[in-house]
Design a protein around this ligand. Structure first.
Ligand code: NAD
Length: 426
């Protein structure tokens, strides 16, 4: 299987093919690749709940444990109206690779409930969350499966998950989720960790090219938890954020956007970067958000949703480096165009691993009943990201594989080694 044959595959097919391609490259024996491709467990649940008007309603949710050979399942829970079984499996597979590449003693998982939280009240979201947790609770636990926030979920939802699980087992169990509020055993530094990792990934790759972030022009899609922190931390290291986009469209300033003014406008009620009065509005609306990829810049960081960069965006891209803050932001077709244009891609399974790395540190603190200060957490995230980068970069150089395939091979090899050492029961 070559990368060329990925064109027009779905996210799950592409994820599976990438793992299979890695298995073929590694010449895995004895059908081991089938064990690595197959999710250990796919749980689909009905979530009946009461609407605020007293009527009964029902949603569908999933929790997928993809690989649990190296440790407890780990991965976020997504609340989104387009989430589906296949997407959750693909994202869980990505988590197995991510924890393996980052060399964390964890497996891979993902969860999702198909609904748009914006259409439901806080009370309804709490009832949905509690019923979803009840339905999957026998498969959760600090040594079994530890969820975290993802698109559409946040620290409040993690607090309800912790409470619902704790009520069931009869004692407070903070370690059942990460991304919790600090008051319940959450970790300082979690909010910025993914963006911090994205920026570190860019700096490390530039370092290998004899360059640095100083003066580099960066365009970022998404100004949420990942994108906004990536922007602030890159700017703090001397980069110019020349373009930003979100659901409201794209803004641009060749001299660098004023992030302090943007954050102030958000605090005062702006709903999109386009309403902040900063920079020039290049395009409006969700469709206008992809205009950010065509801006004149050195580095692009897609930090919104999957499949954001397709054929057209890839063809228009002027940057020389893409750092995937989001999960799966480049379509397989875009990947081919990146290769043709010689644009270096730092793949999601490494680039956005700062979040799960910090979640792992949160678990460590919960297990040991410790709290580390923010500087200590940030320093540990950076240390772990650097160690993983050196391992990944050395492997990519040695194997002469393109970055995405090199990352997949490294992840699959790490998982395969664990399977071999554990043996096959019975
Ligand atoms: P978020 O909800 O905080 O922010 C999302 C941002 O993307 C917002 O600015 C939103 O306006 C924008 N956006 C959403 N849909 C869009 C669209 N269709 N077009 C353009 N912009 C759009 O989410 P987040 O936590 O920052 O996560 C972003 C991505 O990063 C997701 O793919 C997520 O899976 C991935 N990720 C997040 C973390 C984490 O720690 N939060 C860790 C790893 C990966």
């Amino acid at each position: 299987m070559t990368t060329a044959s990925y064109k027009n595959y779905s996210a799950l097919e592409a994820a599976e093919l990438r793992v299979r391609e890695a298995g073929e490259w590694l010449k895995l024996e004895d059908g081991l690749i089938e064990t690595i491709v197959a999710p250990r467990r796919i749980i689909e649940v009905a979530i009946p709940f009461r609407r605020d008007d007293g009527s009964r309603d029902q949603l569908t949710g999933w929790r997928v444990h993809h690989n649990t050979t190296r440790g407890p399942a780990k991965g976020g829970i997504r609340y989104h109206h387009e989430v589906n079984r296949e997407e959750v499996i693909a994202l869980a597979m990505g988590m197995s690779l991510k924890t393996a590449i980052a060399n964390l003693p964890l497996g891979g998982a993902k969860g999702g409930v198909c609904f748009n939280p914006k259409d439901y009240s806080i009370g309804e979201i709490e009832r949905i969350t509690r019923r979803y947790v009840s339905e999957i609770s026998s498969f959760l636990g600090p040594d079994k499966d530890v969820p975290a926030p993802d698109v559409g979920t946040n620290s409040q939802i993690m607090a309800w998950i912790m409470d619902q699980y704790s009520t069931g087992v009869g004692h407070a169990t903070p370690g059942v989720v990460t991304g919790k509020p600090i008051e319940l055993g959450g970790s300082l530094g979690r909010e910025s960790a993914t963006g911090r990792g994205v920026v570190e990934a860019a700096a490390l790759m530039l370092g290998k090219m004899g360059a640095s972030l100083q003066g580099k022009k960066i365009a970022i899609q998404g100004y949420g938890q990942v994108g906004s922190w990536a922007a602030r931390l890159a700017a703090a290291r001397g980069a110019l954020i020349v373009g930003l986009s979100d659901v409201g469209g794209t803004i641009h300033s060749a001299a660098g956007l004023d992030l302090v003014a943007i954050d102030k406008a958000f605090r005062e009620g702006a709903r999109s970067v386009c309403d902040t009065g900063v920079g020039d509005v290049v395009a409006r609306g969700v469709a206008g958000s992809t205009a950010v990829f065509a801006l004149d810049c050195d580095i692009v960081m897609p930090c919104a949703l999957g499949d954001a960069v397709g054929e057209e965006e890839a063809n228009n891209m002027k940057a020389k480096l893409v750092v995937e803050g989001a999960n799966g932001p480049l379509t397989p077709t875009a990947d081919l165009i990146m290769a043709e244009k010689g644009i270096i891609v730092i793949p999601d399974v490494y680039a956005n691993a700062g979040g799960v790395t910090c979640s792992y540190l949160e678990q460590c603190q919960n297990f040991a009943h410790l709290t580390w200060d923010e500087d200590e957490v940030n320093a540990r995230v950076i240390d772990l990201m650097r160690a993983a980068f050196e391992r990944f970069y050395a492997f990519a150089q040695e194997s002469k594989l393109p970055n995405r395939l090199a990352a997949s091979v490294l992840g699959v090899k790490t998982i395969a080694d664990a399977h071999r050492m554990r043996g096959l029961h019975p």
